[in-house]
Design a protein around this ligand. Structure first.
Ligand code: SF4
Length: 206
């Protein structure tokens, strides 16, 4: 079984380089987890994990990649997604249990190729119903290791609910600092608290 630690080393580098490392981590995870996931009851048309979980986490690196993907979509489609992200952010502050802003009316994911790790790690051995997903204990421990590897890949970044982390990039100074691989300042401290974000490294909050 491959350890994510060998892949997810703390690194600086261009956004493109980090995205390549991110994809390597995703593929390693998928290979490692295949025997567990093969037993899942999940299938097309079920979107319980996109509607019932309420919290869909992303790292800053994953969020920026999602934004890059949205920017490549047709204008109207991209604008509609941006509006749904903003609405989700507003409603989430009221602690509502919300469907993911990327879930389309046909229960398909609008950003499937770039969906974050928190979606990739979800499966269930039984229909979720009110109990939520049932997974192997060993799988969960390994998924947590991969989560830490993702954070190590993004040492100046943050993790949290996807629409909140996407919101960080609406501040041009944050995006500029992040792409330059240097700590951001400004209103970030307030946003970390308001959005209850995980700081990957203390350097990121300086
Ligand atoms: S990003 Fe896609 S897969 Fe993940 S919760 Fe949203 S709709 Fe579902």
């Amino acid at each position: 079984m491959t350890s994510p630690r060998k892949r997810g080393t703390a690194s600086s580098g261009s956004f493109e380089d980090k995205v390549k490392e991110l994809d390597v981590l995703y593929r390693t995870f998928e290979r490692t987890m295949a025997p567990f996931v093969a037993q899942a009851v999940c299938g097309p048309g079920c979107a319980d994990c996109c509607t019932q979980v309420g919290e869909i986490c992303a790292t800053t690196l994953e969020a920026l990649r999602i934004l890059a993907y949205i920017e490549e979509l047709p204008i109207f489609q991209g604008a509609a997604l941006r509006q749904k992200i903003a609405e989700n952010r507003t409603e989430k502050k009221q602690n509502l249990l919300l469907p993911c802003p990327f879930l389309d009316p046909g229960k398909m994911c609008a950003i499937y190729p770039v969906r974050p790790f928190s979606c990739r790690r979800l499966y269930s051995l039984e229909p979720c119903g009110l109990r939520g997903p049932v997974v192997h204990r060993e799988f969960w421990a390994l998924a947590e290791q991969f989560t830490r590897a993702l954070q190590a890949l993004d040492p100046l970044g943050y993790s949290g609910h996807v629409s909140y982390v996407l919101g960080l990039f609406e501040d041009p100074s944050f995006r500029e600092a992040y792409l330059a691989d240097r700590p951001s300042a400004g209103a970030l401290g307030t946003m970390i608290q308001e959005f209850d974000l995980v700081v990957h490294s203390r350097r990121g909050a300086s």
